[in-house]
Ligand binder design. Sequence first.
Ligand SMILES: O=C(O)c1ccccc1N[C@@H]1O[C@H](COP(=O)(O)O)[C@@H](O)[C@H]1O
Length: 242
Amino acid sequence: MSQKLELLPAVDVRDGQAVRLVHGESGSETSYGDPLQAALAWQRAGAEWLHLVDLDAAFGTGDNRAQIAEVARSMDIKVELSGGIRDDASLAAALATGCKRVNLGTAALETPEWVAKVIAEHGDKIAVGLDVRGTTLRGRGWTRDGGDLYETLARLDSEGCARYVVTDIAKDGTLQGPNLELLKNVCAATDKPVVASGGVSSLDDLRAIASLVPEGVEGAIVGKALYAKAFTLEEALKAVSE
Ligand SMILES: O=C(O)c1ccccc1N[C@@H]1O[C@H](COP(=O)(O)O)[C@@H](O)[C@H]1O
């Protein structure tokens, strides 16, 4: 039986609120209220995963660490935690929430030795977020270039990185459809599972991503489309299980 696409509804937290950004740009927020209530709603709707992001920590404008920890600890489902996890202390705090795995973004670009060390220590609890414009990686809240996607992917593969979360920044928060070419290209460049992020706007987009499961796509993060009620999470889960 072919594997089904995992869906990860997103809760991105900025200034204590669940928000969605457009192209990840600071200041483009639309607010959707209390992050815990949003997360609990996705759990009630049948989510098996929650993608939980501390945007302030990613941007370097503070953090929502206590609130994020409360959300993570309140979930019965698996949590993927990201934003501002860049050193031993922030990694320890993230893992102490009981999350299933963390995503490292900026650290993979700026402190590769540390990332190699924590991959060796924590195995598949560590994923790397490859946030790209074209094929150039972006870090520090997607404000700084951080090298070539495929060179970085080869390095991380050689270090045993278990999984990649691939975001096309040009698509993120736009409801313009995922970058399927990018996903196919990344899958062709690595044997490791890929989680797709950015641009999902419809159930057909999810079906298109699901068609890439045989190529190595394991999951899809869904944000704006759920908050904008383009479809419900129940409908999305059904669409990818058909
Ligand atoms: O998810 C977003 O919209 C986003 C926008 C701008 C920056 C980061 C964003 N999210 C995720 O944050 C982590 C990276 O954080 P860091 O670089 O490790 O501090 C990564 O998972 C991004 O996808």
